[in-house]
Design a protein around this ligand. Structure first.
Ligand code: C2E
Ligand code: MG
Ligand code: MG
Ligand code: MG
Length: 271
């Protein structure tokens, strides 16, 4: 009897795995079709100065205009796109769109940030390819920043450091995304040409009146570290005036979040 039960359980388990595999395959096929049909698009979210609220630039965020499910954010498909090796193709399409949008999008002195998956550095020549595409699109490299997560810095095997220096020499700055959630590679920070760090929104969320003292301490520590290394700081996911006020009081210079504006397509942000 126990055996029968065990078998049933494993059949249920196999079935679940099978369904999961099919869903992944479906999604991968949908992604491939969406690539061919040109259904990916950058949305733009303003980045502002916390002191006076003035816009300093935008972050470009990938969106999928799905034929039946509406506009999808990366959360629902990024993992499958990465595993299926599709994110590289999607990203290069997005980067080209962003570079072509820059002229219309950016006012004097503003910049745009793109998200770059660590996988891009596994292919040699990432920096050259990015700079080449900027040239082709007639875009100014000094108006571009790339966002990497901390994990990318730990990847000694792929010469990420050399690529970041090549980009920096050409004018492209690098900022660290979701800072504090990854490996917090503090010892690596000064070895890379990093211009800014983005404080992850999980810490920003704890800055509300009823938030824990722990969140405060982490934000304070990150800001102190950034200041001592001469790095600019950006608070992510700011949703309330209280979060904005506390970040600014702690010395954070810039921010983005729904409090200021949600990500929107080019037509909505640049008239
Ligand atoms: P991220 O780079 O940390 O982007 C910030 C995320 O926070 C975005 O989610 C943005 O829409 C969301 N956000 C902005 N303000 C608020 C707020 O006030 N509250 C809350 N709750 N969320 C806010 P999104 O657009 O879903 O992107 C998720 C992640 O997907 C990004 O995190 C980034 O890691 C990745 N990603 C986005 N675009 C691209 C891309 O073009 N290429 C690659 N490889 N990854 C991308
Ligand atoms: Mg980002
Ligand atoms: Mg982030
Ligand atoms: Mg993130």
């Amino acid at each position: 009897r126990a055996k029968a039960k065990g078998r049933n359980r494993s059949e249920v388990f196999d079935r679940a795995l099978h369904d999961e595999a099919l869903r992944t395959l479906d999604l991968e096929n949908d992604l491939r079709r969406a690539l061919i049909e040109g259904r990916f698009e950058p949305y733009y979210q303003p980045i502002v100065s916390l002191e006076d609220g003035a816009r300093v630039g935008y972050e470009a965020l990938l969106r999928w205009n799905h034929d039946s499910r509406g506009v999808l954010a990366p959360e629902s498909f990024l993992a499958v796109a990465e595993e299926g090796g599709l994110i590289e193709q999607i990203d290069w399409l997005i980067y080209e769109r962003v570079f072509r949008d820059m002229g219309r999008l950016l006012a004097d002195g503003e910049y745009v940030c793109i998200n770059v998956s660590a996988r891009h550095f596994h292919v040699p020549g990432m920096a050259e390819r990015l700079l080449g595409l900027l040239r082709t699109c007639g875009a100014d490299p000094s108006r571009l920043r790339i966002e990497l997560t901390e994990g990318a810095l730990l990847d000694e095997a792929h010469n990420v450091s050399a690529a970041l220096y090549d980009l920096r020499v050409a004018g492209v700055r690098t900022q660290l995304d979701d800072f504090g959630t990854g490996y917090s590679a503090l010892s690596y920070l000064h070895r890379y040409p990093i211009a800014a760090i983005k404080i992850d929104r999980s810490f920003v969320a704890e800055l509300d009146g009823n938030g824990s003292q722990g969140g405060h301490a982490v934000v304070r520590a990150i800001l102190a570290l950034a200041q001592s290394l001469g790095l600019e700081t950006i608070g992510e996911g700011i949703e309330t005036p209280e979060q904005r006020r506390r970040l600014a009081a702690l010395g954070c210079e810039r921010g983005q979040g729904f409090l200021f504006a949600a990500p929107a397509p080019l037509a909505a942000v640049a008239g």
